[in-house]
Design a protein around this ligand. Structure first.
Ligand SMILES: [Zn+2]
Ligand SMILES: [Zn+2]
Length: 352
């Protein structure tokens, strides 16, 4: 065991502060990674503030962070995929039972016995797992991703959560050239959805409540932008979408989007409003439309997504901050005041 530097929160109302956390020495299948960048996901904020108490009570001190990129510093004797010096990534999962039907299918995101990167019981050291707001992490190589060498590393970090969360449902629902795809909301998730849909060759329409985002949406790869408050503009697209990715985490009228789907069209939720959404049955019946949800992705698909990003030169649009600004970043995140993801430059932790 060794001590790693980290930024942790001591309670739901405490700001993040410099601290040390225990990490295990690499076992034979483990990879030790020096963390270079870690993205700030909205889940980090929910977890740090114990806002998901009913499903996942936070254990303090807590260290969030599941959009991790870094460099391998040590490998266990049985590791085959990585050598010291290699780039490596870690997303939302660091372990699972590996034996259930989901794991067998490479869909670890559905495993009932998964170990999350932060806040899950730590099988090795006891206590809970600590995430990427830290200078290092030790993870079984099965849960470590290879990073294409041609990409900007800070922009790669968010691919491990925001990236795979939007890539996976588009692959599942067959987004390809010739399909008409909608992306609702242009934040951390939405901006990745636009980039992927565009790279898949789809006709991409962004729905936003802020007309000011139009130019940026077009720059990111949208073919059209619809201001969702404008009923006439919405009506023009009625019954025409093959797939809509809904990234909104607040309450909103989902029926307005369901009605834009074509026959057998699908709307997938990747945002998580805290209250149930009202769904009108007729919107689904007429047109045999479907409504579904999707969480992150399995390890094989996450690797496929990263390789796809390498090939198409896709990264997240990020604002890089020193770790000392993480409390401020959380306040700005609450106001959606970021284009489009905060990423912590972990070099800033060295001075702590
Ligand atoms: Zn996340
Ligand atoms: Zn499993």
């Amino acid at each position: 065991m060794f001590n790693a530097k980290a930024y942790s929160a001591a309670s739901a109302t405490s700001p993040f502060a410099s601290s040390t956390i225990p990490r295990r020495d690499p076992t034979e299948h483990d990879v030790q990674i020096e963390i270079l960048f870690c993205g700030i996901c909205h889940s980090d904020l929910h977890y740090a503030r114990d806002e998901w108490h009913s499903i996942m009570p936070t254990v303090y001190p807590c260290v969030p962070g599941h959009e991790i990129v870094g460099r391998v510093t040590k490998v266990g004797s049985a590791v085959t995929k990585f050598k010291p010096g290699n780039l490596a990534g870690v997303g939302c999962l660091v372990d699972s039972d590996r034996t259930c039907p989901h794991c067998q299918a490479g869909l670890e995101q559905f495993c009932q016995k998964q170990t999350l990167t932060y806040g899950s019981p730590d099988k090795h050291l006891g206590g809970v797992t600590y995430g990427g707001y830290s200078d290092s992490i030790v993870v079984d190589e099965r849960f470590v991703l290879r990073i294409p060498p041609n990409l900007n590393l800070a922009g790669v970090a968010p691919l491990h959560c925001a990236g795979i969360t939007t890539y996976s449902p588009m692959r599942h629902w067959g987004v390809t050239k010739g399909k008409k795809v909608g992306v609702v909301g242009l934040g951390g998730l939405g901006h990745m959805g636009v980039k992927f849909a565009h790279a898949f060759g789809a006709h991409v329409v962004v729905f936003t409540t802020s007309p000011g985002k139009k130019e940026d949406a077009l720059r990111l790869g949208a073919d059209e932008v619809v201001v969702s408050r404008n009923a006439d503009e919405m009506q023009k697209h009625a019954g025409s979408f093959d797939f809509i990715l809904d990234t909104i985490a607040a309450d909103h009228d989902i029926n307005a989007y369901i009605n834009l789907l074509t026959r057998d069209g699908n709307l997938t939720l990747v945002g998580a409003p805290s209250m149930p959404l009202a769904v009108a049955a007729f919107g689904l019946l007429l047109g045999r439309r479907s409504l579904s949800g999707s969480p992150i992705g399995g390890l094989p698909e996450t690797q496929e997504m990263l390789d796809f990003c390498g090939k198409h030169n896709i990264t997240a649009d990020v604002e890089v901050i020193p770790i000392q600004k993480v409390n401020e970043a959380y306040e700005r995140l609450l106001k959606s005041d970021v284009k489009y993801r905060f990423v912590i430059d972990m070099a800033s932790l060295k001075s702590e």
